[in-house]
Design a protein around this ligand. Structure first.
Ligand code: B1N
Length: 831
């Protein structure tokens, strides 16, 4: 008789049928030690911390597998529509805490490990972040994966398994240094290689027309190069283990791992050239946020993962269906920005060239299947590929794009009377700019729904980049405001606050985050406010310790923690924040007798390696911090710190520790923001412009509980048309002038006094980002906040209102809206 354990008996077909596993610490301890012994080859006495992490991960993974199979079985039984989320980036961070939290195992695992003197919190820190993304766009994809699993949407993430994720940042003499990130060096226990799910991906070559007698002509693409896409699956566990979805990431390999002929004839390097070239495709994440990387390798990455994902989706569909004509009833494919937009042409190719569909039918299926999310209106971020590059790499897809374009233009001219100018505006080909393929236009026309990521951004989309396409297809654009998952960003990041809320209103808000509104009236309860403030204080102490350890700077947890963490970009205006710090420094020195409210200004974030101004801003923040923090004249009244290597794990510590959240982008330029939501959910007050989702946060938390300043989006647009410059403002604003003079004088960089000259002169000449224009309003708002902080009752009441009223900004809400309005999928679908 086969050996059976009590946990995993076999059913009649020899399939493992796990009984519900016991979640008590004894069982968990035994399973962890089993993994330690038989999978890792250590005993508890000899095991290192890292071994314990691995053993714990493997024990937790077994439980996830049970839920994973259950989810797959349930889907097979119930049918329904799959949602495929195609994204170049998934910025997941660590996975262990998220998995055990969602499985309800946090306390039993903690207890199990403690029996061996192992601290869960310690080993969690050893897990590397999966940093397969740049910033908000990639983190949104990760929140969406978690929320799809938590709300019962059968979601499949498709992306790239980068060997090197987002670079590690160090600060040397104040400047950013980029170091390679190596998250896979110790192996990745969360992933499963699926060699059976691998597909050939072609590049280059020629297209020929085949004419067989009595049949319509067809196009045959013979690529010059082929590489293999191999799948790696990672389970995505939903809240209460309800559902486990799959993140499928593609890795590139050569078809022939080694060219033996070359090797045998002595060309040992040449024998590996193919392999290296293939593997280069998935070697490294491009570190450009909101900026197009124009290199050929980037287009290869985009096509590689798009084609692999579509081939996989089609194969799966044909396993369950007779043909592809009902594809759109069974699959919804979301394009996360234009990075996978070549999918529109690739699906057309697969339907027509491989599966024999007529053009019109293929086009109907394609449009019904795809939808597209736009994440930025910044011109420098809009993807457009030179035609010659596109044609050389993807000749058949280029033909298809021309044909799509012809159809759209014909429709616009014949049915809507478009003139040449209007046709040029909607064309998929930009003729003005050295002939380029516009990926935004391609994604738009190939989709049945197009969405922006906040109400303001969606309005601006209609008025700007997609104005003409919107006029042609007025029902296509809709809004889906971003959200963040409350599991990672409240429960896991802030157990103190989660515990306090649970005590106050019970655990119902954990299953339905909008119930968190039930603490709203406790803003008037002095006892609750005090406990709320005590949690914040603890979180600030934890961050203060990290700042002390990592940067040898002591900061006072009693000061306002004023925090701006995000990618460094001119439009996000870290520069404005630094100028305000310098002006404040100057004022404190000039008026030491005044009653200043102590403040710690905290910055963190990475600059794209080739973004000169962003790197200068990092350098300036560090230089200013060095001078101010060493000046006995300001003592503990002002500190400026730049924490290196901002990533998801650091964000989990920073968000709960903030009093004040800086969301100060030039209005009209931040599509949504998601850090703004994480801060406010954790009880920070926001100082911000009327930009992105800040506008909707204002509506939800109320104008008394958020601090809005500065020009509006339309005022910014107006000033830009008027060629606004900063000079006259600077001349009339002594605090601003003195701060800029201090920078220019080399006060903060005596070793290289001209270091920041161009940064400052740009303000005089142009002030494109409205830093001068918004300075005074920003300063005044900051001083009002200083005053408010001394009224702790009032401050804490506003903080409670923020936490209470942020439930709507959950990514569960975002996902339900996508499922209802765009995908027609998931548990609430009709019919
Ligand atoms: O996407 C986030 C938004 O909350 C942010 O406001 C927005 O800036 C961000 C090219 C991007 N837009 N565009 C990018 C990322 C990588 C890349 O290669 C562009 N990221 C955003 C989520 O909606």
């Amino acid at each position: 008789a086969p050996v059976q354990t009590h946990e995993a008996p076999l059913n009649g077909n020899g399939v493992l049928k796990p009984e519900p596993r016991l979640n008590d610490p004894d069982t968990l301890a035994r399973q962890i030690v089993e993994k330690l012994t038989y999978s890792i080859g250590k005993n508890p006495a000899s095991a290192r911390k890292y071994d314990w992490l691995r053993a714990t991960t493997l024990a937790v993974r077994d439980r996830i597998m049970d839920h994973w199979f259950e989810s797959a079985d349930r889907f097979a039984e119930e049918g329904g529509k799959r949602v495929c989320y195609l994204s170049m980036e998934f910025l997941i961070g660590r996975m262990l805490r998220d998995a055990i939290n969602n499985l309800g195992l946090t306390e039993p695992v903690r207890e199990a490990l403690s029996r061996y003197g192992v601290e869960l919190d310690m080993i969690e820190l050893l897990e590397p972040d999966a940093a397969l993304g740049n910033g908000g766009l990639g983190r949104l994809a990760a929140c969406f994966m978690e929320s799809m699993a938590s709300t019962g949407v059968p979601g499949y993430g498709y992306g790239i398994r980068y060997v090197h994720g987002f670079f590690r940042q160090e600060i040397a003499d104040g400047a950013q240094v980029e170091l390679p990130e190596t998250w896979l060096v110790h192996g990745n226990p969360w992933e499963f290689e699926r060699r059976n799910a691998s597909y050939e991906i072609g590049f280059g070559g020629k297209v020929s027309t085949i004419q067989e007698p009595g049949r319509p002509s067809r196009q045959v693409w013979r690529p010059a190069e082929r590489v293999l896409a191999v799948a790696y699956d990672t389970p995505m566990v939903g809240w209460r283990g309800r559902q486990v979805n799959t993140l499928r990431l593609w890795s590139a390999q050569a078809l022939d791992p080694i060219l033996l002929d070359a090797f045998n004839s002595g060309d040992h390097i040449g024998a590996l050239v193919e392999s290296n070239k293939a593997e280069a495709i998935t070697r490294v994440l491009y570190p450009a946020d909101s900026h197009q990387a124009g290199q050929e390798l980037r287009l290869r990455q985009e096509y590689f993962f798009s084609s692999a994902s579509l081939q996989d989706i089609i194969r799966r569909h044909l396993e369950e269906n007779d043909n592809l004509s009902n594809l759109a009833d069974k699959v919804a494919i979301q394009l996360n920005d234009t990075h996978p937009a070549v999918s529109v042409a690739e699906l057309m190719r697969l339907l027509i060239d491989v599966h024999g569909f007529e053009w019109d039918e293929a086009w109907k299926i394609t449009r019904a299947t795809f939808s597209y999310t736009n994440h930025t209106l910044l011109p420098e971020a809009l993807e457009h590929w030179p035609i010659h590059l596109f044609e050389r790499l993807l000749p058949r897809q280029m033909q298809i794009i021309y044909a799509i374009n012809t159809g759209i233009i014909r429709e616009a001219a014949q049915e809507h009377g478009y003139d040449d100018g209007q046709v040029a505006a909607i064309s998929l080909i930009d003729e003005g700019n050295g002939r380029r393929v516009r990926m935004g236009q391609l994604a738009f026309v190939g989709s049945h729904a197009v969405n922006g990521v906040s109400a303001l951004h969606t309005d601006l989309m209609k008025q700007t980049v997609f104005r003409d396409l919107h006029a042609l297809y007025p029902d296509r654009i809709q809004n889906k405001t971003n959200g963040v998952t409350p599991r990672r960003w409240l429960m896991e990041a802030n157990p103190g606050l989660t515990g306090l809320i649970t005590e106050a209103i019970g655990p119902g808000f954990l299953d339905d985050i909008e119930k968190i509104i039930e603490i709203d009236h406790l803003a008037d309860d002095a006892g609750f406010r005090e406990r709320f403030a005590a949690v914040k204080r603890q979180n600030k102490e934890r961050l203060a310790n990290i700042i002390g350890e990592r940067m040898a700077t002591s900061v006072d947890p009693g000061a306002i923690f004023d925090i701006q963490v995000k990618r460094i970009h001119e439009y996000k205006r870290q520069f404005l924040n630094i100028i305000e710090a310098i002006a404040l420094y100057d004022q404190i020195r000039s008026h030491p007798e005044r009653d200043w409210t102590p403040r710690v200004k905290i910055f963190a974030g990475k600059a794209a390696p080739s973004y000169v101004q962003a790197k200068e801003i990092i350098h300036l923040a560090n230089d200013v911090g060095r001078v101010i923090n060493a000046d006995p004249a300001v003592r503990d009244l002002l500190k400026v710190v730049f924490i290196p290597n901002y990533n998801v794990s650091l964000a989990e510590i920073i968000m709960p520790a903030a009093d004040l959240s800086e969301q100060i982008s030039t209005a009209g330029l931040e599509a949504s923001g998601t850090g703004n939501m994480k801060f406010a959910l954790n009880g920070a007050l926001t100082i911000g412009t009327l930009d992105g989702a800040n506008v909707e946060m204002l509506e939800h938390v109320g104008e008394d509980n958020i601090f809005i300043f500065g020009l509006t989006a339309s005022e910014v647009a107006q000033r830009r048309r008027e060629a606004h410059s900063g000079r006259s403002i600077i001349d009339n604003e002594p605090m601003l002038r003195e701060a800029l003079d201090a920078i220019s004088s080399g006060l903060f960089c005596p070793d290289s006094p001209s270091r920041f000259h161009s940064l400052v002169s740009n303000l005089y000449n142009n002030d494109w980002w409205m830093i001068c224009a918004d300075f005074r309003a920003y300063w005044d708002t900051q001083r009002a906040l200083d005053g408010l902080y001394t009224q702790q009752d009032e401050w804490q009441a506003k903080a409670v209102h923020n936490t209470a009223r942020m439930g709507w900004f959950s990514s569960d809400r975002s996902i339900r809206e996508y499922a209802r309005d765009i995908w027609k999928a998931g548990p609430d679908r009709e019919g």
